[in-house]
Design a protein around this ligand. Structure first.
Ligand SMILES: NC(=O)c1ccc[n+]([C@@H]2O[C@H](COP(=O)([O-])OP(=O)(O)OC[C@H]3O[C@@H](n4cnc5c(N)ncnc54)[C@H](OP(=O)(O)O)[C@@H]3O)[C@@H](O)[C@H]2O)c1
Length: 271
């Protein structure tokens, strides 16, 4: 463990979906805050890069290349983190799969993939870490939702449904554990410039009107800095200021554009 993690006494953190985008930014921020961080994702090279940049900054990072959708993988991630860094005191679920389509055009395998990655994986990870958090009477679970989890956006399909459901999962975790000092919150971003989202230029939106992954990392760090008596949420929405970059509106225009270009019902490849 790094000198930073030892002296701050911060608990170990596990970030699911840490190989890029929001998860990578959150992992970097948690490491800077003094948490030793396990980085989980499928792309090993990207995880190693994120880990290297954390180590360069004096932090501790453990890359764990795993497909969290595979049976047993969430439990394996939590066990490997505990063995190397200590029990997980902060869990951030940023792993996400997206395949936009109207319900009547959604393929069963795409539906199941999105529900698995966006909802079942956060459930399985929470189920693994909660017993220890309850014993220690401390813990944070942050699920990265989406603005379209609370807005009914036609075409958001299995993505919108799974992001809506993860809000309820988080509420249940919060209510069931709040008297044991555990806080759970969904951070639901609007449009953030990452590989998962549409490119701003494609929809005529200036780059600087769209959120940056660091904005979401700021939000997570701010939440974690609240005193133990204070809980924020259970849903925190973070949206671009400009309405043309707002989640629902941007997704609708993205879908319309994809259809006009003949992409069929599918507006986005599943990651
Ligand atoms: N960008 C936006 O506009 C936006 C808006 C609202 C919400 N969100 C949410 O933010 C979260 C992060 O997305 P992002 O925008 O930062 O895009 P991203 O860079 O593509 O991040 C997605 C992460 O999920 C990981 N992942 C996907 N499937 C996985 C699996 N089966 N096992 C393990 N890891 C998996 C990816 O890693 P590997 O590919 O290495 O597995 C990657 O690290 C997602 O939950 C997304 O729904 C994004």
């Amino acid at each position: 463990m790094s000198a930073v993690a030892e002296t701050t006494g911060r608990p170990a953190a596990l970030v699911a979906g840490a190989s890029s985008g929001i998860g990578a930014a959150v992992a970097g921020r948690l490491a800077a805050r003094g948490h030793a961080v396990a980085l989980v994702g499928r792309r090993e090279a990207e995880l190693k890069e994120v880990a290297e940049s954390i180590r360069t900054g004096g932090g501790t990072a453990l890359p764990l290349a795993l497909d969290l959708a595979e049976p047993g993988a969430p439990a394996e991630a939590v066990a490997a983190t505990a063995a190397a860094l200590g029990p997980v005191g902060v869990l951030v679920c940023s792993a996400g799969a997206i395949r936009l389509a109207a319900i009547h055009e959604t393929e069963e395998r795409h539906w199941e993939r999105q529900v698995r990655v966006n909802l079942t994986v956060p459930f399985l990870l929470a189920r693994e870490v909660l017993p220890g958090m309850r014993e220690r009477r401390h813990g944070w679970i942050v699920n990265i939702g989406s603005g379209v989890g609370s807005e009914v956006v036609p075409g958001s399909g299995g993505y919108g449904v799974s992001k809506h459901a993860v809000e309820r999962l988080t509420e249940l975790v919060h209510e069931e554990n709040r008297d044991l000092g555990i806080r759970a919150v969904t951070v639901a971003p609007g449009w953030v410039a990452t590989r998962l989202a549409a490119r701003p230029a494609d929809l005529g939106v200036p780059e600087d009107e769209v959120l940056d992954a660091e904005d979401i990392a700021d939000t997570v760090a701010w939440l974690l800095d609240r005193p133990a008596r204070m809980s924020v949420g259970p849903l925190v929405r973070v949206e671009p200021t400009a309405s043309r970059a707002a989640a629902g509106d941007a997704m609708t225009r993205h879908l319309t554009r994809a259809r006009a270009e003949g992409a069929g019902p599918i507006a986005k490849e599943s990651r």
